[in-house]
Design a protein around this ligand. Structure first.
Ligand SMILES: [Zn+2]
Length: 278
């Protein structure tokens, strides 16, 4: 049995307040009207020397942070969402109790992390799909979330293959080329003619922004989730839809934020992917 005595423990550390202040500014957090508070949501009360990043502050991620001796977890989906019950009981109580007992801070960034032009979820998704962001889905909003991108003109099949390879899962594809055959099984015809080159992108649960993508003249729209209505909207507005997974489309932003912070502050930051098929 060997013991590693050559690695010196990291002496770099930063307070939760300083780390959050830096991220708030970097992500322009204060300009977004969000559904949850952005920044420091749970103060673990200890200086931060090791950070775990992940998509959601679920119990498994907290356990990973405890196992790694981390002092902070940084996530895209934190706690205290608008409309949720305030008492810190049940599942929420257990999560927060674990964080506090182990002196782990929890820092969350939601819309600011979707929207950031360099390390944001939409920017990172466009990167790995070889797309170039050219504008916003809602260009008249002062701090819009959601983008329009262009790519090498390609078929739906080619884009499905690209997404599958980039995200490690096959998207649920809704072709806009649909015909209803009375008295027969209604069926979607193969979308062989459509050439996709202008795409709307918004990660996560942004399926209802498909209408805006159609208004903006996109050939296709990419998001994470799909609702029953999304199928009909895609068919009736003539826009292809690719549901690529909420979790799968939102790994990029928090991972990139962690990598940037590791560089900036010289701290060990580890991205932990708690697998989630939804
Ligand atoms: Zn999300």
């Amino acid at each position: 049995m060997t013991q590693n005595t050559t690695t010196e423990p990291s002496t770099n550390s930063i307070s939760a307040e300083s780390l959050t202040q830096f991220c708030d500014e970097y992500l322009s957090a204060s300009v977004f009207k969000d559904y949850a508070p952005n920044g420091l949501q749970v103060d673990g009360g200890t200086p931060i020397q090791r950070i775990i990043t992940g998509v959601t502050a679920c119990e498994a991620l907290i356990d990973a942070a405890i196992a790694d001796n981390a002092d902070a977890i940084m996530v895209h989906h934190g706690y205290f969402w608008k409309g949720e019950p305030a008492p810190i009981t049940g599942m929420k109580g257990r999560r927060i109790r674990k964080l506090m007992q182990h002196g782990i801070s929890m820092i969350g960034y939601h819309l600011p992390l979707d929207a950031h032009p360099v390390i944001g979820n939409n920017a990172k998704l466009a990167d790995i799909l070889d797309m170039t962001i050219t504008g916003a889905l809602y260009p008249n909003e002062s701090h819009p979330v959601g983008n329009i991108a262009t790519c090498t003109p390609q078929s739906a099949d080619s884009l499905i293959a690209k997404i599958t390879q980039a995200l490690g899962r096959t998207p649920l594809y809704i072709s806009s080329n649909y015909e209803y055959h009375s008295g027969n099984n209604a069926k979607t015809t193969a979308n062989s003619e459509r050439v996709i080159k202008r795409i709307g992108i918004c990660t996560g649960g942004a399926q209802d922004m498909i209408e805006q993508a159609a208004i903006m003249g996109c050939d296709a729209y990419i998001s994470g989730e799909i609702s029953e209505r999304t199928t009909h909207i895609a068919r009736e507005l003539g826009i292809d839809y690719f549901a690529c997974g909420h979790h799968a489309t939102e790994r990029g932003g928090i991972k990139a934020l962690g990598e940037m912070l590791a560089q900036k502050f010289g701290l060990p930051v580890t991205f932990v992917d708690i697998e989630n098929p939804a």
